[in-house]
Design a protein around this ligand. Structure first.
Ligand code: CJB
Length: 839
């Protein structure tokens, strides 16, 4: 390592090591140098985008220097590392985060101010890194922030999609998808053209015997796609630790760019091969909580798993430790089943390439992996067709069959005579075609399986993994309730609130230990504090109102109650319940006289979220929201009493504006369907109250903040099955209020009723799977309660402040400590004293 380098060379390096900027002037000199040279712009054509670029590159340099030191330090420390495999990382923007985490925003802001730029304008030049769909991808991003902040030696492994989640435009009330080509200018990534892995697809398996008569298998032939590493530095907050997110990009293997074709004049043919290789990492699949089983998706999964494992194994081999040490050096967390192929892949590396015995290898595999489940919904559970895997990954299919055989023999011994048990738990579903149940493979190949909130972790043990609790015992299953990073979701999104809290708690320590927020309760009666808290909420609502005006043209009154539901559009999340409730309210207003209207609290109902391009029902819900908005927002009878807004293109950077601006937010999934939810936590942390069902993390939020500070409604998870049954057998009556809403829709009051018939019929005729009718009355009554509550502004404020003070549990730092202790068995590595950031 370092000590092997001769002293004169070390001295020369040391003398020339670039210095990290510490002051405004030093920052500015770096930024201007980048604008002039890297970006080739001058004073005369330095616009906001160039100024953003120069600032970002100056910060990137700084992060890369810290990154280098961190990596070296972690290598020397020789401790166990964590690898977080996620097909989604919803990172959002990086500049503000980098400035805040390095505590250098002030100097940067002043420096750019001298050039005549406002930092907010520069920040908003950046495109979101939107490599994810929703909660699952954002959770991965929060975890990276927490792991770096707490000095865990951890890497994220990602796929470098050329196109992230599509940009949503609304045309005439319909969603239109526009491609998100985000790599145009991405100063945060660092291409590693020297770090490549050849990934094999197709081909066949050759079996042969060695001199001792032992049988071996070897995967041969097929085609090669090259994986190229791109690294993104992940700075921790208030620490020098800068971790790495490694993204894999696909390109044609240099030997594969077909020179035969090229030389024989088939230029187009050879280019087509290149493009086919690049297709692997071209696009993020835009489905949330839905599995579509497409071949290219399977290719993506294997490509990224194989490249990551190769990288991890290569790093381990450098330590020259024996294989039995592997799982003492490496913990791999599978974010959902998307990376499950890493299990047979590691087994293949160990037995086919490294020559280990099956059982020795399998023990290493099980000790290495942990699996996080994020949903119990059937349509989201991945099941790959056996013929497809056979074709693409023939050796892996054999290994999966062998894993299954060993597993079923084990089960058979434990539960002799239970044939049905074997059928139920087999990794192979006996359907036509047969399918590989990836969740079962993930459970069998991991040492721990966790759900993401208490109710959810209980549910997986009684539903989808019930048999596995019998087989392995309950200890294999655990819970890690989700959390969010307070750096982005409080400090960055709501700087004024962060400052106010810091002023009361004597500093920003709470950003690293969120439980310190509980001290805020001492200030709940402090007049000046209350006033400032309220003013901040109002200012955040004004900011959102401006955004609404700019993007939709609709003026909303910031003094109205802001009622927000932003998340992916999904039937189980029940945006339809919300918009039916809005229509119900509209009808009520129309029926009121002037006196009654005066008593009503004005409301703004705000929606946002993307629908998967092929999810027709979700698109219909967006359309209904837009059409209701058109009618309500232009009805002179209504005025300020109700406005309905659909915000286009909800994403992380917009969430930073939206989240601090709620009075109420909606988390209203059918009980038992939302594994956790994380926006619920963001809204409460920012001083908004929530209306919600007894589902996911709402339950634990209630436990923490107290049930008088949350508006819960609706049926419980334990009753859902029976209610569904009742619907199917006609043993229920459509809710009266809902019937009136449907009558209004069917009378064409929001445009062509045919457009919405599937939505209505799904409830009236087709079993109301999400129990909208059963919960409708309770939902509307709870909204009435909210109106009443909001009238008493002092009481409302007390609820908000108390809730913020009690949200400490929901920091993703707490999650990461739980994973580290219960699942990974890893310890932090303290940065070296000479490191700069945050030191
Ligand atoms: N989740 O975002 C997704 N996509 C899926 O395919 C499955 C689950 C969400 O994961 C979040 C993080 O754990 C949860 O908070 C959320 O409830 C769940 O729907």
């Amino acid at each position: 390592a370092e000590s092997s380098i001769p002293e004169p060379q070390r001295a020369a390096w040391k003398k020339n090591t670039p210095q990290e900027f510490q002051t405004k002037d030093e920052f500015l000199s770096e930024a201007v140098r980048h604008i002039e040279t890297t970006l080739a712009r001058s004073l005369f054509n330095c616009d906001e985008s160039a100024a953003y670029g120069g600032t970002a590159l100056a910060f990137r340099d700084r992060l890369v220097m810290e990154w280098n030191k961190t990596q070296q330090n972690q290598t020397t420390a020789d401790q166990k590392r964590v690898y977080y495999l996620s097909l989604e990382f919803l990172m959002g923007r990086a500049l503000d985060n980098a400035m805040l985490n390095t505590n250098m925003k002030g100097p940067a802001k002043d420096g750019m101010g001298e050039l005549g730029f406002r930092m907010e304008d520069l920040i908003s030049q950046e495109r979101d890194a939107a490599l994810g769909n929703g909660g699952l991808g954002r959770l991965a991003a929060c975890f990276l922030d927490s792991m770096a902040t707490m000095n865990y030696p951890a890497w994220g492994y990602a796929l470098r999609y050329k196109y992230g989640i599509f940009k949503q435009e609304i045309h005439d009330g319909y969603q239109v998808e526009v491609p998100d080509y985000w790599l145009d200018f991405n100063p945060w990534e660092f291409a590693r053209h020297d770090v490549t892995v050849n990934i094999q697809f197709y081909g066949g398996v050759r079996t042969y015997q060695d001199d001792n008569g032992k049988t071996h298998s070897s995967w041969e032939g097929g085609e090669i796609v090259e994986a190229v590493a791109f690294d993104v530095p992940i700075p921790g907050y208030g620490t020098a630790t800068t971790n790495n997110m490694r993204m894999w990009s696909s390109k044609a293997h240099s030997g594969e760019f077909d020179f035969q074709k090229f030389n024989s004049g088939d230029y187009e043919g050879s280019v087509a091969d290149t493009q086919r290789a690049e297709t692997v990492s071209a696009v993020l699949y835009p489905n949330d909580n839905l599995d579509r089983g497409k071949e290219l998706r399977l290719k993506q999964q294997y490509f990224w798993c194989a490249a990551s494992l190769h990288d991890i194994v290569r790093r381990f081999k450098k330590t020259r430790k024996p294989w039995k040490e592997f799982s003492n050096n490496v913990a791999i967390q599978l974010n959902d089943t998307h990376p499950t192929l890493a299990i047979p892949e590691l087994q293949r590396i160990l037995i086919d390439i490294e020559g280990l015995e099956w059982s020795e290898a399998w023990e290493i595999v099980q000790n290495t992996f942990g699996y996080t489940n994020h949903t119990v919904m059937q349509e989201a559970l991945e099941k790959w067709s056996v013929p497809l895997i056979q074709h693409l990954l023939p050796r892996h299919l054999q290994i999966i069959y062998d894993i299954n055989l060993n597993f079923l023999q084990y089960v058979e011994k434990k539960f002799p005579k239970d044939r049905d048990m074997l059928r139920r738990v087999s990794i192979i579903e006996e359907s036509e075609p047969k399918r590989v149940r990836m969740a079962f493979l993930a459970v069998i190949g991991s040492h721990k399986v966790n759900g993401v909130a208490e109710l959810h972790s209980d549910l997986i043990k009684t539903t989808i993994f019930k048999d596995f609790v019998q087989i392995y015992g309950p200890d294999k299953f655990t819970n890690v309730t989700n959390g969010i990073t307070p750096r982005r979701w409080l400090h960055q999104a709501n700087p004024r609130l962060s400052e106010l809290i810091a002023s009361k708690l004597g500093g920003h320590e709470f950003l690293k230990d969120l439980t310190l927020l509980n001290k805020l309760e001492n200030h709940v009666d402090d007049k000046a504090f209350r006033k400032e808290f309220q003013e901040i909420k109002y200012a955040n609502k004004v900011r959102l109102a401006k955004h609404i005006k700019n993007t939709t043209g609709v003026s909303v009154n910031p003094a109205a109650l802001f009622d927000i539901q932003v998340k992916r559009i999904h039937e189980y999340k029940r945006q339809q319940l919300n918009i039916f409730g809005v229509i119900h309210r509209y009808l009520a207003i129309k029926a009121m006289n002037a006196e009654e209207r005066k008593k009503l609290a004005p409301r703004v109902s705000i929606f946002g979220g993307k629908a998967a391009p092929g999810y027709w029902m979700a698109k219909t819900v967006i359309h209904l929201i837009c059409k209701v908005g058109d009618v309500v927002n232009n009805d002179p009878d209504v005025g300020d009493l109700l406005k309905v807004i659909f915000l286009e293109d909800y994403n992380v950077s917009k969430a930073e504006i939206i989240t601090p601006a709620s009075d109420i937010s909606e988390h209203i999934s059918t009980a038992g369907t939302e594994a956790s939810g994380t926006s619920n936590m963001k809204f409460v942390l920012n001083g908004g109250l929530i209306i919600g069902t007894c589902d996911g993390a709402n339950i634990e939020i209630t436990r923490e903040i107290g049930d008088s500070n949350i508006f819960l409604f609706g049926n419980l998870a334990e009753d859902v099955e029976e209610l569904r049954h009742n619907h199917l057998y006609g043993k229920y009556e459509l809710d009266d209020g809902l019937r009136k809403v449907f009558d209004a829709i069917q009378a064409g009051r929001f445009g062509d009723a045919n457009q919405f018939s599937a939505l209505v019929n799904g409830i009236v005729d087709h079993g109301d799977y999400y129990l909208v009718s059963d919960d409708f009355n309770s939902y509307c009554k709870t909204h009435d309660l909210i109106d009443e509550s909001y009238k008493n502004q002092e009481e409302w404020l007390t609820k908000c402040i108390t809730s913020v003070a009690r949200m400490g549990f929901f920091s993703s730092d707490r999650c990461i400590d739980e994973y580290a202790e219960m699942i990974w068995n890893v310890e932090p590595v303290k940065p070296k004293a000479e490191q700069v950031n945050g030191g």
